[in-house]
Ligand binder design. Structure first.
Ligand code: PEP
Ligand code: MN
Length: 320
């Protein structure tokens, strides 16, 4: 439910309304707009005494939030959220490119990839130190060593970095080093992980589950906002369909649907969705055309071999 305050309502009036809501058992989330302040109230509607609220000074109206997700909803907040990842704003008018190797393998490999993606126009470095692998025999990541390498490369290149936490046990360590914590597709509905990562206050890059509906994805983001952290970046990374020509099916309509229903920034991963470096550029362009706030691109050592040298024209093309 949303309590809309009258234009010019005083801070004292807003606080009084918040206090009454807390007394009724609600969690409150005031959003201070340029003209009006609204207070998001999350809790059991049955406990609400709307008469007592509507008569408080400064209250204009009480509006229910129809969607199952509340804090991430545009019904509550109509202006786009801008998440600051290191110094880089994600959301709003700009386009952010995050890029780097799939997994951190060595400092040399990471530094080479970081330099290449920076020269190509990327503003944020990505790289996994904890990898969510289908096979237990695949390389699982360098863990803290990898995080240290990411931190040294950040120092050297000035690029903030995002990296994944695959388990609640990794969260404190990842939060110690990273500028943003990635929650991978396979963990989108690991609710304890969402809460613990959210509680660090770090920006969270929340990838869409490979079999998750848009509503389930937004409900997962709701867990993070409910933990008191409004800094969530959504990432469409493809879903499972009957199609086998690509690794997953990149659902670009999801970008437009999310934009319509949520104020959170949304970026697109053309690498993991397609599984083919040849498809990265066309899908990156399509993502930007669909309204994405940014891209996250794997530039593994294999891709580097296929694409020698900085490709600044590629990144510039994403912006066109
Ligand atoms: C990744 O970005 O490193 C990754 C594993 O992606 P996803 O969780 O989308 O598969
Ligand atoms: Mn990868």
């Amino acid at each position: 439910m949303i309590i809309v305050m009258k234009p010019g309502a005083t801070r004292e009036q807003i606080e009084t309304v918040s206090e009454r809501l807390v007394e009724m058992g609600f969690k409150t989330h005031p959003i201070y707009g340029q003209e009006k302040t609204v207070i998001g109230a999350i809790g059991d509607k049955k406990a609400l005494s709307s008469e007592a609220l509507i008569n408080l000074p400064g209250v204009e109206k009480i509006v229910p939030i129809m969607k199952p997700y509340k804090l991430v909803s545009r019904e509550l907040k109509d202006t786009p959220t801008i998440v600051r990842l290191g110094g880089v704003p994600v959301g709003g008018r700009g386009l952010v490119v995050m890029a780097g190797p799939c997994a951190v393998e060595s400092e040399e490999q990471l530094m080479a990839a970081a330099r290449a993606v920076k020269a190509a126009g990327a503003q944020v470095l990505r790289g996994g130190a904890f990898k969510p692998r289908t096979s237990p025999y695949a390389f699982q990541g360098l863990e803290e060593e990898g995080l240290k390498m990411l931190a040294r490369v950040r120092e050297e290149t000035g690029m903030p970095f995002v990296t994944e936490a695959v388990d609640t046990r990794d969260v404190p360590l990842v939060a110690e080093y990273a500028d943003a914590i990635q929650i991978g597709a396979r963990n989108m509905q690991n609710f304890r992980l969402l809460q613990e990562a959210g509680a660090t206050g770090k920006p969270i890059l929340l990838k869409r589950g490979l079999a998750a509906t848009i509503e389930e994805w937004l409900m997962a983001a709701e867990y993070i906002l409910d933990s008191g952290n409004p800094n969530v970046i959504l990432c469409e990374r493809g879903i499972r369909t009957f199609e086998t020509a690509t690794r997953f099916t990149l659902d670009l309509a999801a970008v437009a649907v999310v934009k319509e229903n949520s104020h959170l920034p949304v970026i697109v991963d053309p690498s993991h969705s397609t599984g083919s470096w040849r498809l990265v550029l066309p899908m990156a362009r399509a993502a930007v055309a669909a309204g994405a706030d940014g891209l996250i691109i794997d530039r593994s050592s294999t891709v580097l071999r296929h694409m020698p040298g900085p490709r600044s024209s590629n990144i510039k093309a994403f912006r066109a």
